[in-house]
Write a protein that binds this ligand. Structure first.
Ligand SMILES: [Zn+2]
Ligand SMILES: [Zn+2]
Length: 240
């Protein structure tokens, strides 16, 4: 039986459209039996989220609550096909974990498959980005072969996002896109991470939809970075 030890993507009330506190998320992670939990608030260009100062002050928070190791970071917004991000490198360097994602309100929607792929590949050049968040949304089409090869070469993790797979989710064609991405991950030996993308404590560590796909594809366990916190850390710039 596969054991997932950490959740690398979740939000608290600081993100503005999420509903639980840090303490509630830590407790929920412990109750789920996780050893590690990342809290990755939306970076400043997302409407309603916290200010840059929030990220600058994360050092004051203890990294262990309820026996769970906490990772504080950000989910950056990819702003354009050049891979422009919305927090400066000097700050990213200090964060425990950094995700970069495309979100409609920041990136817009009218770019081509080539431009979206280029955006991700450009972001992978940033040494402080650890994870590409939910590259599964059909509204932002991607060449999965190029994405996976880029991730393998740059040592970035590709995220499999549980929230994208919700039956009532707003990301388009996520299941098919994730399956395609995972097939290339297996082909090229690229590692993935699982993110609940929880916006409320009951969803912390919830990988129910991911598990179905992983089982269906019999995706190799050695390509999952979060089977232990130690393994995860080898992919995070802050711990290398
Ligand atoms: Zn996101
Ligand atoms: Zn998120």
């Amino acid at each position: 039986m596969r054991k997932i030890a950490a959740d690398t993507h979740a939000h608290t009330i600081a993100s503005g459209h999420a509903y639980s506190t840090i303490k509630e998320m830590a407790k929920a992670a412990r109750d789920k039996g996780l050893a590690g939990m990342a809290l990755t608030e939306h970076a400043p260009k997302m409407p309603g989220t916290c200010h840059r100062f929030y990220f600058e002050n994360l050092k004051v928070i203890p990294r262990n609550m309820d026996g769970v190791e906490l990772f504080f970071g950000a989910e950056l917004n990819i702003m354009d096909e050049k891979g422009t991000l919305d927090l400066p490198d000097g700050l990213l360097k200090e964060l425990d974990i950094v995700i970069a994602s495309i979100h409609g309100p920041c990136y817009g929607k009218s770019r081509s498959r080539e431009e979206n792929t280029k955006a991700y590949l450009n972001v992978m050049q940033n040494p402080y980005v650890d994870i590409i968040g939910h590259p599964d949304d059909g509204r932002f089409p991607v060449c999965y072969e190029d994405l996976v090869k880029g991730a393998k070469e740059s040592g970035k993790l590709l995220e499999v996002n549980n929230s994208s797979l919700r039956p009532n989710g707003f990301r388009e064609n996520a299941r098919e896109n994730i399956r395609e991405m995972l097939k290339y991950c297996e082909k090229y030996g690229a590692c993935v991470t699982f993110g609940s993308d929880a916006h409320v404590d009951v969803d912390a560590g919830n990988f129910c939809y991911i598990e179905q796909i992983i089982d269906e594809l019999q995706f190799p366990e050695e390509l999952i970075a979060t089977t232990s916190v130690e393994k995860l850390k080898t992919y995070l710039h802050h711990f290398r």
